[in-house]
Design a protein around this ligand. Structure first.
Ligand SMILES: CC(C)(COP(=O)(O)OP(=O)(O)OC[C@H]1O[C@@H](n2cnc3c(N)ncnc32)[C@H](O)[C@@H]1OP(=O)(O)O)[C@@H](O)C(=O)NCCC(=O)NCCS
Length: 161
């Protein structure tokens, strides 16, 4: 069965839309890895893991046909200081031209629901303090603040919220 919605745009499992992998690798690399000196190829290789059948990791892509809108990854560990938490919603990105359409919120919601479908009761996410309000506005709760060298906030979303 296809893992996507039809209106007004689709959110698909990357395993059903693998052609978006290079675009997502590009966005993730530019946003979070390029500045730290990591090569694009490392991120592109990591994206291939999103295509394996199995529980984690996996990716979601928001798209209108072949046009990429945004994406999120669901992974086992996003914060090395907190290996006890899992799974994580990570690398949430919406292209600038498509922001403020509700796509980011929809991606994060779908990502959390997907973790519940896998049997988890809580999904985790880490964010810079200035991004907290985006997540808190739709039900994410602060668990910890000022974690790690970047002072990240850990947020959780629980089944049934
Ligand atoms: C953060 C981001 C994913 C939001 O995506 P988006 O598709 O524009 O968000 P939405 O349209 O779903 O916004 C949902 C709500 O959050 C609000 N919002 C959007 N961006 C926000 C931000 N940066 N800070 C606070 N609130 C925000 C919107 O106003 C909207 O409120 P509403 O429902 O009352 O209208 C997007 O700006 C982005 O990709 N930024 C760069 C990457 C990034 O920072 N990712 C998050 C890493 S933790």
């Amino acid at each position: 069965m296809p893992r996507s919605h039809s209106q007004p745009y689709a959110i698909s499992d990357l395993r059903d839309q693998p052609g978006f992998c290079p675009t997502i690798a590009d966005r993730v690399w530019r946003a979070w890895w390029q500045g730290a000196g990591h090569p694009l190829e490392h991120v592109a290789d990591h994206m291939q893991e999103m295509l394996y059948e199995g529980a984690l990791p996996f990716g979601l892509v928001a798209h209108e046909g072949a046009t990429y809108l945004g994406s999120a990854l669901i992974i086992s560990c996003d914060l090395e200081e907190r290996p006890q938490y899992a799974p994580w919603v990570a690398a949430v990105w919406v292209d600038a031209d498509h922001r403020r359409r509700g796509i980011g919120k929809a991606l994060v919601r779908r990502a959390a629901e997907a973790t519940f479908d896998l049997g988890h009761d809580v999904a985790y996410l880490c964010a810079l303090p200035e991004k907290r309000s985006f997540y808190e506005a739709f039900g994410w709760r602060r668990l910890e603040e000022d974690v790690g060298p970047h002072g990240l906030t850990v947020l959780t979303f629980s089944r049934g919220v």
